[in-house]
Write a protein that binds this ligand. Structure first.
Ligand SMILES: *[C@@H]1O[C@H](CO)[C@@H](O)[C@H](O)[C@H]1NC(C)=O
Ligand SMILES: *[C@@H]1O[C@H](CO)[C@@H](O)[C@H](O)[C@H]1NC(C)=O
Ligand SMILES: *[C@@H]1O[C@H](CO)[C@@H](O)[C@H](O)[C@H]1NC(C)=O
Ligand SMILES: *[C@@H]1O[C@H](CO)[C@@H](O)[C@H](O)[C@H]1NC(C)=O
Ligand SMILES: *[C@@H]1O[C@H](CO)[C@@H](O)[C@H](O)[C@H]1NC(C)=O
Ligand SMILES: *[C@@H]1O[C@H](CO)[C@@H](O)[C@H](O)[C@H]1NC(C)=O
Ligand SMILES: *[C@@H]1O[C@H](CO)[C@@H](O)[C@H](O)[C@H]1NC(C)=O
Ligand SMILES: *[C@@H]1O[C@H](CO)[C@@H](O)[C@H](O)[C@H]1NC(C)=O
Ligand SMILES: *[C@@H]1O[C@H](CO)[C@@H](O)[C@H](O)[C@H]1NC(C)=O
Ligand SMILES: *[C@@H]1O[C@H](CO)[C@@H](O)[C@H](O)[C@H]1NC(C)=O
Ligand SMILES: CC(=O)N[C@H]1CO[C@H](CO)[C@@H](O)[C@@H]1O
Length: 373
């Protein structure tokens, strides 16, 4: 059986989603005027006013690489946010967010002038029973709490007004954000613009130098959202040291942690997360024909069934083989020998690149790009 390099394992994340917008800016007037400058609750001026934020023209700073021109023509992420909103909040000082009510990193409090104390991320296996229970409750609340960001049910050309946006949970917002950064977000072939798949597969988060940076920022955002939803600014996301797992099997795939699997490859009914459903399960980013046919983002309001939980078996369809174990300590050590963070051509074909080893596209005994991927 194949070893699967250091491929990142996303535990408990249901897949797929598309564009996201602050709900307050998806009313017909905002969409029409392309202005997203909300007046925050408790304030009288858009963006909070002087000292907090002002409504300002938002220039289009996107630089289009000629190689990606075709993709940009059909990609809803292009010229973001200018293509949807050309006037947005410009926040001052320590304020940030779409309405300037958020604090920039490192600050907290209603005035964003309290310095955030350093926080420690802990090994998930070292959490006490109470802390494990907290983790589960906090995640569950994120899944049960409606996000202030809504989800577009249509691609840009077909958005008519507020009816084309749907509510989603805070949790699903992050699932969608992850999906949105990667390639299967746009209607690649429907317009006939994209001649080749490569020309319409822009992935900002994977298979390139941004991989670690993107995901660090993503986890920071996710951690903060869980803190906010649970009103616990000192909570931290634990880490999972899979290289220490017994027999290199998923040791947190138990109901004590993220949930066990049942015989059907779904989440066990004894898991706290058993009531979670999957959405957008059929928008497989790997199936070209399905992607070619998709003329609108998936319907996030439609729950398709139980969460899948099938450790090591998920790639059977794609590769004909399963991943029989998590990466080994020797593979981690091998990756750490590479001093070059990334190498030309800075994608999944990179040889001797720490980043490509980390992502799982390089062979963990040679460092060469894997031919089987
Ligand atoms: C913003 O978009 C609106 C609506 O399309 C348009 O009328 C306006 O001229 C644009 N403003 C800028 C600064 O681009
Ligand atoms: C952010 O808050 C800190 C702590 O109160 C303060 O020293 C700093 O001046 C603030 N930064 C800005 C740009 O206002
Ligand atoms: C934060 O700002 C508020 C309002 O200006 C002020 O009352 C408070 O003393 C400040 N706190 C700190 C820690 O600077
Ligand atoms: C979330 O909703 C599910 C299904 O309605 C329920 O079983 C679960 O207890 C809820 N969790 C929270 C934290 O409210
Ligand atoms: C979406 O959520 C908002 C805020 O919770 C709520 O006011 C609104 O009614 C919801 N819309 C739908 C269609 O459920
Ligand atoms: C979980 O899935 C594995 C692999 O498919 C299977 O061998 C095992 O029996 C499943 N566990 C349960 C409790 O059904
Ligand atoms: C894609 O659309 C074509 C034409 O409508 C249809 O024949 C085909 O079955 C569809 N494929 C999938 C995977 O849905
Ligand atoms: C995905 O699509 C297939 C074929 O159309 C269908 O059999 C399956 O039930 C769908 N899965 C979900 C979760 O809807
Ligand atoms: C990576 O190494 C393989 C095998 O030596 C070679 O065929 C390939 O051209 C190299 N790729 C790059 C991008 O240098
Ligand atoms: C990695 O390279 C070694 C040596 O060439 C080879 O034996 C092994 O099958 C490769 N592993 C994968 C997953 O391709
Ligand atoms: C990024 C990418 O694959 N760009 C290609 C788009 O299509 C043109 C012409 O077919 C190629 O020359 C580019 O390399």
């Amino acid at each position: 059986m194949k070893a699967f390099g250091l491929l990142i394992v996303m535990v408990g994340f249901s897949p797929r989603g598309d564009a996201q917008f602050p709900r307050v800016c998806t009313n017909d007037a905002s969409l029409e005027s392309k202005e997203c400058c909300p007046t925050p609750v408790g304030f009288t001026e858009p963006c909070g006013g002087l000292g907090r934020g002002q409504c300002a023209d938002t220039p289009d700073t996107t630089k289009e690489d000629p190689d990606w021109k075709e993709a940009y023509q059909v990609d809803d992420r292009r010229h973001w946010p200018h293509v949807f909103f050309n006037r947005t909040c410009q926040c001052e000082g320590n304020f940030s967010g779409h309405d300037c009510t958020r604090c920039t990193w490192g600050y907290r409090g209603p005035d964003c002038n309290i310095t955030q104390p350093p926080a420690m991320r802990r090994n998930i296996r070292d959490l006490s029973d109470e802390e494990k229970d907290t983790l589960q409750r906090y995640f569950d609340r994120a899944k049960n709490t409606t996000s202030n960001y809504v989800y577009a049910l249509e691609f840009k050309e077909n958005i008519r007004g507020r009816e084309d946006f749907a509510n989603q949970s805070v949790w699903d917002f992050f699932v969608a954000m992850h999906y949105y950064a990667s390639r299967a977000t746009m209607p690649p072939f429907i317009t006939g613009i994209c001649k080749t798949e490569a020309n319409c597969s822009l992935d900002f988060a994977h298979k390139g130098p941004a991989f670690t940076t993107w995901h660090r920022a993503y986890l920071l955002e996710f951690e903060r959202a869980v803190q906010v939803v649970n009103n616990d600014p000192d909570w931290t996301l634990p880490y999972w040291d899979w290289s220490a797992a017994e027999d290199n099997q998923c040791d947190i795939c138990t109901n004590e942690y993220v949930g066990a699997n049942d015989t059907d490859g779904n989440l066990d009914s004894g898991s706290v997360f058993a009531s979670w459903g999957i959405i957008c399960a059929n928008l497989s980013s790997f199936d070209e024909e399905i992607r070619r046919n998709h003329t609108k983002p998936c319907d996030v309001t439609e729950v398709l069934g139980k969460l899948n939980r099938n450790p090591g078996q998920a790639d059977l369809d794609r590769f004909g083989e399963s991943m029989n174990h998590l990466p080994l300590v020797t593979e981690v050590d091998f990756a750490l020998r590479f001093a070059a963070f990334d190498t030309r051509p800075y994608n999944r074909n990179s040889n001797c690149s720490f980043r490509n080893l980390l992502e799982g596209y390089a062979n963990t005994s040679t460092g060469k790009s894997r031919e089987d991927m």
